[in-house]
Write a protein that binds this ligand. Structure first.
Ligand SMILES: [Zn+2]
Length: 285
């Protein structure tokens, strides 16, 4: 069995503050250690189950958060930025299952740790065929495109409820209850790691029995992106095929969910450039 693990940071047990979430911030070294330990629990659970091959994708921020030297030597880690398909880079039909560790809610979900969709400061919302989507939705849809079921997710209470709505058979591990955007009632990380190991076993048993459907929302896809600032839309509308809907919203249509993903990545990169080129600035998240 071949397993793909995509690891974000906001949903990790023990993470609540922005100070834990990026290089140079005062609690970052602890944050990345917690991220490493949580994914390690999933890796060890999978190894115990008999998984032959595990690829881990560091999928947060700089994408160089995981402490590689503290992970078991039998995993390969996708590390650094940029990389094709970002949080689901190198996914293909060869994988039997995917786990999403430390995931978070889309922007606008109340009492959810660092809710955002791709970028909190640049993107207000993303709709696909009139459904407001999350990073979980987008990454699960790419997995689905390759026929891979998402078998396990960890994150706060709002995120795991969202995952269950989309994929009722998925195994979930709630790492904390969000009390605000930057406070949570934490389950103790050590307790979470134990829960993850047993959830991994149940998840992989379900995969073996073909009990988890792939998440494959039907195309064609009408993508609508609302930015936080019209300046960003001024630049993004230059992409061929992208239409300006109003001051903040652009639209793009495609048949392939991989193109949905790629155009969103491109819009995000242009958003950063838009601000740099005009001298405007952003805060974090
Ligand atoms: Zn993140």
């Amino acid at each position: 069995m071949r397993l793909y693990i995509s690891v974000d940071m906001e949903g990790i047990s023990g993470i609540a503050s922005i100070h834990q979430l990026g290089p140079g911030k005062r609690e970052y070294e602890r944050g990345r250690k917690l991220m490493t330990l949580e994914v390690k629990a999933a890796i060890e659970g999978a190894k115990d189950f008999g998984v032959d091959m595990i690829v881990v994708n560091d999928a947060h921020g700089s994408m160089t958060n995981l402490l590689l030297e503290e992970l078991p030597d039998y995993v390969n880690v996708i590390y650094g930025f940029p990389k094709p398909l970002s949080m689901v880079s190198l996914m293909d039909e060869g994988f039997d299952a995917a786990f999403f560790i430390g995931y978070h809610s889309r922007k606008g979900i109340p009492y959810s740790i660092w809710d955002h969709t791709l970028s909190g400061v640049m993107i207000q919302r993303i709709r696909i065929n009139d459904e407001e989507v999350s990073e979980f939705w987008l990454n699960a849809a790419v997995a689905g495109r390759f026929g891979i079921p998402v078998a396990l997710v960890t994150g706060d209470d709002k995120l795991v409820a969202h995952a269950k709505e989309l994929i009722p058979q998925i195994e979930v591990v709630e790492t904390k209850k969000g009390l605000s955007r930057s406070a949570a009632l934490m389950r103790h990380p050590l307790a979470v790691y134990e829960t993850i190991k047993s959830a991994v076993r149940r998840a992989l048993e379900k995969v073996k029995r073909n009990e988890i459907p792939v998440f494959a929302p039907k195309g064609p896809y009408e993508v609508s992106v609302e930015f936080t600032d019209s300046l960003i839309a001024d630049f993004v509308e230059l992409i061929p095929g992208v239409k300006r809907r109003d001051g903040l919203v652009v639209e793009y249509n495609t048949e392939d969910v991989l193109d949905v993903y790629k155009i969103l990545e491109l819009m995000l990169i242009i958003s950063v450039g838009a601000k740099r080129l005009t001298g405007a600035s952003y805060d974090n998240a």
